[in-house]
Design a protein. Structure first.
Lengths: 255, 325
């Protein structure tokens, strides 16, 4: 296994609030890596720093050894790190296929002059093929012409991942992919994530649903109050005294 | 086949149209054609979700640039018009640096301020821009002949044909852009800029691109206007004209390509022909305002929604075609 994504001493300070403090962990190539922690532990902030939405106060994010911290979101995306969003963030007014086509923006970069003259036929065909492939992967191809805003919640989450998948990423950052899903949808989504991993994509996910995370992840990093707490396999995390203590306040059942 | 027939019919109608009109109506027709390009280019900007109040001033940038180029440097007029459009696009790129630090409402206000600054510059600097009086005696389009038809640009009909051809080509380009992956990316930037960014879209670049293209075509329409009327001044491009453009876009609707054009055509006919004939000279701005409010109340999706209702029969087919393109 090689280190794909290294988080080193990542720190984010919002005024007087230390949201994330000196966090370090490593995401190996081809694994599903979970990031957990009680509410307010700084998971989403960490996500936003990795994906370029926030510029960290200090510390580094290394992708294959290259420092990508402080780059803009689209620059991070172009290096192969693509994220999804907590809620059903989609292009609700566009069709499902068009959503996926936006996802192919990176592999098939549009060129305005070619588009006017009509010399981009091959690119358009390629982009549509890739978009349809992504939809098929997530079982959405029969909905291709529907308006994305009209889909069910589970399908919207799947489409969010399809948009990310369409761009040929190396790493997908999933922000709470199971929120608001029923057990059946969760199970299907877990299957899709394993399929993604098996196709060579590394996944880093933030999640509250412990059942899903324990059954899915290869490695779990646990945070609490912005700091690194523990790391290990699901079994190790489940029995880790510090993790149990961090969760004891209101959610004993989680582990 | 039917489509081809339809377009041939439309074309024949447009060619025959000025011969059925009076001289003053022909002049209005020329302005209408130029305004169609103005409002269609404005729609491209609204695709990315930004509404600018500087669009008419940008049109003025094209007009001033084209007029000055032909007048002081003796540039061949058609080339000057083209360069006017290029100048407008370049000015838009410059303006994008301060303006695209803002979004939505703030962008609207910022663009208004930027436009007023440009207008004040025209007023302040007499040397190239002629101050408040503007530029007079702009070179007219040189007459030429294409064998079957002699273009004599003192006649509005001739200018109508020329402007019509130019505008038709521009509309085709705008249409191609909108239906291309670039157009899809503009939509993406509009609806979910965060997700677009996470998909690798350079937001700044795409916003600037839309702004520059829209401004370029607005500048082109400004050039067409300048060499037709022969005199321009800062007040020809003030916010009042901008309100007209907004009204056309809002009454027509901006969710389709033809919406703003429809708004422009219908309101111009209403304004210039119906109201003028009825003798509502003084009341026209009032009626214009009333139409805008009424259309927001009763036709929130614009005139285009009526067309969409009428052609409801084949929407599924149409949307499939759109994707296949």
């Amino acid at each position: 296994m090689n280190k794909l994504l290294q988080i080193e001493d990542l720190t984010m300070r919002f005024g007087g609030l230390m949201a994330v403090e000196a966090l370090s962990f490593v995401v190996e190539h081809g694994e599903i890596h979970g990031l957990i922690g009680p509410n307010g532990a700084g998971k989403t902030t960490t996500f936003n720093m990795i994906s370029g939405f926030y510029k960290p106060t200090s510390g580094k994010v290394l992708l294959r050894g290259e420092d990508i911290s402080g780059l803009k979101t689209h620059e991070v995306a172009r290096r192969g790190v693509v994220r999804t969003f907590q809620h059903s963030t989609l292009f609700a007014e566009l069709t499902v296929l068009e959503n996926a086509l936006v996802g192919t923006h990176m592999p098939f970069r549009p060129n305005i002059f070619a588009a006017i003259i009509g010399w981009d036929k091959e690119d358009r065909i390629g982009a549509e093929a890739r978009a349809r492939e992504a939809l098929e992967f997530f079982g959405l191809e029969h909905l291709a012409q529907e308006r994305a805003g009209d889909l069910s919640h589970g399908h919207q989450r799947a489409l969010g991942m399809a948009v990310a998948y369409a761009s040929h990423p190396d790493v997908i950052l999933l922000d709470e992919p199971f929120t608001g899903m029923n057990p059946e949808e969760t199970r299907r989504m877990m299957g899709l994530m394993r399929a993604l991993r098996d196709s060579g994509i590394t996944l880093l996910l933030v999640e509250h649903d412990m059942q899903a995370i324990m059954g899915l992840c290869d490695t779990i990093t646990c945070m609490s109050f912005g700091k690194f707490l523990a790391e290990g396999s699901p079994t190790e995390i489940r029995n880790h005294p510090a993790v149990i203590e961090a969760y004891l306040g209101g959610a004993r059942h989680v582990a | 086949m039917r489509k081809l027939l339809l377009w041939t019919g439309v074309l024949a109608g447009l060619i025959a149209l000025p011969h059925a009109l009076s001289f003053s109506q022909q002049e209005i027709l020329v302005f209408l054609v130029i305004n169609v390009l103005l409002v269609a280019s404005y729609r491209l900007l609204t695709l990315t979700g930004e509404w600018s109040l500087a669009h008419v001033v940008i049109m003025g940038v094209g007009a001033y640039a084209s007029a000055l180029l032909s007048k002081t440097l003796g540039v061949y007029v058609p080339l000057a018009i083209l360069l006017g459009g290029v100048t407008a696009a370049l000015v838009a790129v410059l303006l994008s640096f301060p303006l695209f630090r803002m979004k939505g409402f703030y962008f609207l206000i910022g663009s208004f301020a930027a436009g007023e600054i440009i207008r004040l510059l025209w007023k302040r600097f007499r040397d190239p821009f002629g101050g408040a009086k503007g530029i007079k005696g702009i070179e007219p389009m040189p007459d030429f002949s294409i064998g079957i038809y002699d273009f004599d640009f003192f006649e509005p009909i001739s200018y109508y044909y020329l402007a019509g051809a130019v505008v038709a080509v521009c509309l085709w380009i705008l249409w191609r852009i909108e239906r291309s992956p670039v157009g899809l990316t503009f939509h993406a930037v509009h609806w979910q800029d965060k997700l677009a960014e996470a998909s690798g879209v350079n937001l700044r670049a795409y916003r600037t691109l839309a702004f520059a293209i829209a401004s370029g075509f607005a500048g082109l329409s400004g050039g067409l206007l300048a060499h037709y009327v022969g005199t321009i001044n800062p007040n020809s491009f003030d916010v009042e004209v901008m309100v007209f453009v907004l009204t056309w876009a809002i009454v027509g609707g901006t969710s389709t390509f033809y919406g703003p054009i429809l708004g422009c055509v219908v309101l111009t006919i209403l304004n210039e022909i119906v109201l003028r004939e009825l003798g509502f000279e003084q009341m026209r701005p009032f009626i214009y305002g009333a139409i805008m409010i009424l259309s927001i109340l009763f036709l929130p999706n614009g005139l285009e929604s009526l067309i969409q209702k009428l052609t409801r029969r084949a929407p599924a087919k149409a949307s499939k075609e759109k994707v296949a393109e």
